[in-house]
Design a protein around this ligand. Structure first.
Ligand SMILES: NC(=O)C1=CN([C@@H]2O[C@H](COP(=O)(O)OP(=O)(O)OC[C@H]3O[C@@H](n4cnc5c(N)ncnc54)[C@H](OP(=O)(O)O)[C@@H]3O)[C@@H](O)[C@H]2O)C=CC1
Ligand SMILES: O=C(O)CCC(=O)C(=O)O
Ligand SMILES: [Mg+2]
Length: 744
């Protein structure tokens, strides 16, 4: 029954989403087969990406295809339909652990040479670079972003509110950001009126020109040049550390080292070095010799000093501890295990860490496991200010009430590596004092120019014209479909956004906006306006650039729904296909820990259910496949019932988990299909399954529950053993048999 056009590609990723998919795929396959849809899987886990980068080091059987490149290619075809689960955006420590696991499994991979010294090492380094940080999403996101809480999900959250911490007017938590010398302060931007190859180069005072990169540009591109002064950043950290210590609040740093994979590790590393400056002054040379790089967090330092003789190691540790006496208390990521905010940049990811803090009343955990006020440091002021605005709001008005608050969907400019999130290949830690120019290679004209000093971070951002047009169109479409006001969060004082304001006004004129409420506001005002409305139960679409897309689609869902896992997250691909992301959050490493220790998976697959329905709806419309449409409708119905009947996974071992929740979904979906009257064939096909699942319910739930409470072996973290993974995630023989009976 399958045809080439009716293939759904399901990604296999990492950590909790990978586990959940293992359990869910048999359900998906059973149901979608009835509409002639074939499910193909595509492994884009960090392990698979590493293996794909080294075919020459592997045996024939070990080799894997470059699935990510293939998916990237497919995004350019209108028939493409991809379900994309969250994946690890690996930090260096994660990459190293993944490599070690694969080596232990018999894959002859080289170590990652962090500081390559020979051409061979450089080559290996460059290959591994493609697996670091946010390497997947920018390739697949060939469209803009539409993230929202579906009505049923919002209603459920209103009726079953999650817990919210209390906000006090006396809270001393606040955001600290730079006020000069940061990317915001000196940004320059232009809209190109001609295509050209541009050179990023630094001219040193002796007149020497150092070429850093050549970048092909198109007419209509909005290009920006901005830098962060190392000197200003170090001063800022020193000032903030002193202020936190003097005033007795904790210090926490919030960065996005995954997506800003060049700039933010450097920003993170400077914070660590300033905090421990006395130890670095004393042991700098030793750290250099050991190749310590705290851009990867304190974990890197601790690992490297482990090789020292015991007495030397102890001396270093003592000196590090002594630094704490001069410094404020550091916020902890895991106080029970002594993991601080400086442990690893992948442990504090701003889009999730700031909302978590705001949700619990503006607090983070201290080393003693208690919740305390904190100075939340986000050096770059461009977007940090929105968090101060919401903190001010909560201090004045108290915590938001999930039973009454309005919803804030987002339309995000994301396509074709838009803005800062696509800038890592054009970001440099400049090694010289000089003038950083972006130059038209043909004419020699200097397009944008900055004075920089050695150690400054200089970057170029690009957003293409077609994505901007598509973003404006999507905003108008969503405003029309939802009836909500839409606010473009654009700051006229920021040159880049001022250019966007011109283009938004230009492209809005291409659409019928009669009767729509579309406004443009600077970010702080937009935040205030949106919060005022949300508090009164009113809904407002945020239309934002790429970074705020990321920040707001965790912030508002976490306040409204308790987690961003419950978001519908669609990327209408500009070439006509669809990328359906599952929720807006990450891969929840701590959920894997709980599964391994207690065989309970608290990951909520709601985002996956919503994505699957949207994907089926798309197949139905594009392929004139009414059966797919019925599957989509009944899946949404089943999801609604799952929420109503509170069959979402519990956080606690011994209660319903992800696998149990998926069983309920399968039952409700089969029942909805059996009961619908639009397609008699489908009703007849699913009636026996609905009956079987209902009759076997108690046995299945018992089989799923009995496994809990004991540890489970997955045979690997980054590359679990296929059979062990399957056995762990599909432990109900009865459910497996009931599903299999549909295809046998
Ligand atoms: N689209 C993508 O591919 C994305 C990938 N990531 C990647 O994920 C990793 C971890 O990122 P991090 O920022 O820590 O964020 P996560 O969203 O993974 O974790 C934050 C917390 O949110 C809650 N949560 C998130 N998703 C779910 C879910 N489906 N069900 C239930 N609870 C959920 C959990 O909290 P609790 O259990 O305490 O309620 C979780 O511990 C990184 O490697 C990051 O790069 C991050 C964002 C998006
Ligand atoms: O790609 C990543 O690392 C994270 C993406 C993310 O956080 C998001 O899109 O919300
Ligand atoms: Mg995010």
């Amino acid at each position: 029954m399958t045809s080439e056009n009716q293939t759904m590609i399901y990604t296999l990723t990492d950590e909790a989403p990978r586990l959940a998919t293992e359990a869910f795929l048999p359900v998906v396959r059973t149901f979608v087969a009835a509409a002639g849809i074939d499910v193909e899987t595509s492994d884009i886990s960090v392990a698979a990406r590493i293996l794909a980068a080294f075919p020459d080091r592997l045996t024939e059987e070990q080799r894997v295809p470059d699935n990510l490149a293939e998916l990237g290619r497919l995004t350019q075809f209108p028939e493409t339909n991809i379900i994309k689960l969250p994946n690890i955006s690996a930090s260096v420590p994660q990459l190293n652990t993944a490599i070690a696991e694969l080596q232990a499994k018999g894959y002859d991979l080289p170590d990652y040479p962090e500081d390559p010294k020979t051409p061979e090492e450089q080559e290996i380094h460059d290959r591994y670079q493609t697996c670091l940080g946010s390497a997947v999403n920018p390739v697949l996101r060939e469209g803009n972003s539409d993230r929202r809480a579906p009505k049923a999900v919002k209603e459920y959250a209103r009726a079953n509110p999650h817990s919210m911490g209390k906000w006090s007017m006396a809270s001393r938590s606040h955001v600290a950001h730079m006020t000069h010398g940061d990317f915001y302060a000196g940004e320059k931007s232009m809209i190109l009126d001609h295509a050209c190859d541009a050179r990023m180069e630094v001219v040193t005072p002796d007149g020497e020109v150092h070429l850093l990169k050549t970048v092909p540009l198109d007419a209509g591109d909005v290009i920006d040049s901005m830098y962060m002064s190392k000197k200003a950043l170090l001063e800022f950290y020193e000032e903030q550390l002193n202020d936190a210590r003097d005033t007795g609040v904790m210090f926490s740093l919030h960065v996005k080292a995954t997506m800003m994979k060049v700039s933010h590790p450097i920003v993170f590393g400077h914070a660590v070095k300033v905090f421990y400056k006395d130890a670095f002054a004393k042991h700098g040379e030793l750290f250099e010799e050991l190749g310590v790089n705290v851009n990867n967090g304190m974990v890197d330092l601790y690992e490297k000093i482990d090789t020292l003789p015991a007495s030397k190691k102890e001396e270093v540790i003592e000196d590090l501890h002594r630094c704490h006496e001069q410094r404020p208390e550091l916020a902890m990521v895991d106080s029970a295990r002594g993991i601080s905010n400086f442990h690893s940049p992948s442990d504090v990811i701003v889009d999730a860490s700031m909302p978590a803090m705001i949700r619990i009343g503006g607090k983070m955990y201290g080393a003693d496991g208690r919740k305390k006020d904190t100075k939340a440091v986000m050096p770059e002021s461009t977007f940090a200010r929105i968090y101060q605005e919401i903190i001010n709001f909560c201090k004045t008005n108290g915590a938001f009430d999930p039973t009454t608050m309005g919803t804030v969907p987002n339309v995000g400019l994301m396509a074709q590596k838009a803005e800062e999130y696509g800038s890592h290949d054009k970001t440099f830690e400049v090694p010289y004092d000089g003038v950083a120019n972006i130059v038209d290679s043909t004419t020699g004209e200097v397009l944008l120019s900055q004075d920089v000093e050695a150690g400054d971070i200089w970057r170029m951002c690009i957003v293409k014209d077609a994505p901007i047009q598509d973003w404006v169109k999507l905003a108008v479409e969503r405003a029309r479909a939802s009836g909500m006001p839409a606010v473009f969060w654009l700051d006229p004082y920021r040159p880049h956004e001022n250019n966007l304001i011109t283009l938004v006004n230009k492209y809005l004129a291409d659409h019928d906006t009669e009767g729509l409420d579309i406004q443009i506001m600077s970010q702080v005002r937009a935040m205030r306006y949106t919060l005022e409305r949300a508090m009164r139960g009113l809904d407002t679409i945020s239309v934002t650039g790429n970074i705020l897309r990321d920040y707001l689609t965790d912030l508002f869902p976490i306040l409204e729904l308790g987690t961003s896992a419950k978001m519908l997250s669609i990327v209408p691909l500009m070439a006509g296909g669809g990328l359906y992301e599952t929720g807006a959050g990450g891969s929840a490493p701590k959920h894997v820990k709980q599964l391994v220790e207690e065989n309970h998976l608290r990951w909520d697959s709601l985002g996956e259910f919503l994505a699957l329905a949207a994907s089926l709806d798309d197949v139905g419309r594009k392929n004139d496949n009414p059966k797919a449409t019925v599957l989509a409708e009944t899946l949404d119905e089943a999801t609604g019932k799952l929420l109503e009947n509170r069959k979402s996974p519990s956080r606690n071992t011994g209660e319903l988990d992800n696998r149990g929740s998926q069983f309920w979904l399968a039952l409700y979906w089969a029942e909805a299909l059996a009961a619908q009257t639009e397609d008699a064939e489908l009703a007849a096909h699913f009636a026996p399954l609905a009956e079987k699942l209902a009759a076997d319910k108690d046995t299945i739930l018992e089989e799923l529950s009995v496994v809990q409470g004991k540890s489970v072996d997955l045979g690997g973290y980054y590359k679990p053993d296929t059979q062990k993974l399957h056995d762990a995630m599909c432990p109900s023989r009865t459910l497996n048999a009931d599903l299999a009976s549909m295809t046998s």
